[in-house]
Design a protein around this ligand. Structure first.
Ligand code: 2F8
Ligand code: CA
Length: 136
């Protein structure tokens, strides 16, 4: 079926790995236009799937503290679990480098792979949408 072209299935969701680079906000707008959001990460299995598929390129994910008085949150509405998420940050991150890093990318090929970066930087990005079997 054509609607899922370019989307990869993993455990109940479809993921789209873009081949173009966008700012974080533009990337999220593109995901929304395709019935999805920049991806959340809620388990080690999911994180592993993402960094393996990313294959050493940095990609925007759906974590930001823009527009929330400094609290990290997922744009797809998933609650951000600070304790569970600690193991996904690169050691030393998030460091808010230059006092201007409010968006997150998946940067290194390991479970500890998140870096906060300037939302105005351009990177490829990963959209995620639930797999919903259509009505018969
Ligand atoms: O050393 C980690 C540091 O590296 C860069 O800043 C020098 C990153 N900046 C960008 O990706 C724009 C920082 O986010 C990162 O913390
Ligand atoms: Ca950083």
């Amino acid at each position: 079926q054509v609607v899922s072209q370019g989307w990869k299935y993993f455990r109940g969701h479809f993921y789209y790995f873009s081949q173009i680079s966008k700012t974080w906000y533009s990337a999220q707008q593109i995901c929304i236009s395709r019935d999805s959001h920049l991806t959340s990460v809620t388990s080690e299995r999911e994180q592993e799937f993402l960094y393996r598929t990313a294959d050493r390129l940095p990609y925007w994910i759906g974590l930001t503290k823009a527009g929330s008085e400094g609290d990290w949150h997922w744009v797809d509405g998933t609650p951000y679990n600070k304790v569970q998420s600690k193991k996904f940050w690169i050691p030393g991150e998030p460091n808010n480098y230059g006092n201007n890093e409010h968006c997150v990318n998946l940067k290194t090929p390991s479970l500890r792979s998140w870096n906060d970066a300037s939302c105005d930087s351009t990177f490829p990005f990963i959209c995620k949408r639930p797999y919903k079997p259509s009505e018969p």
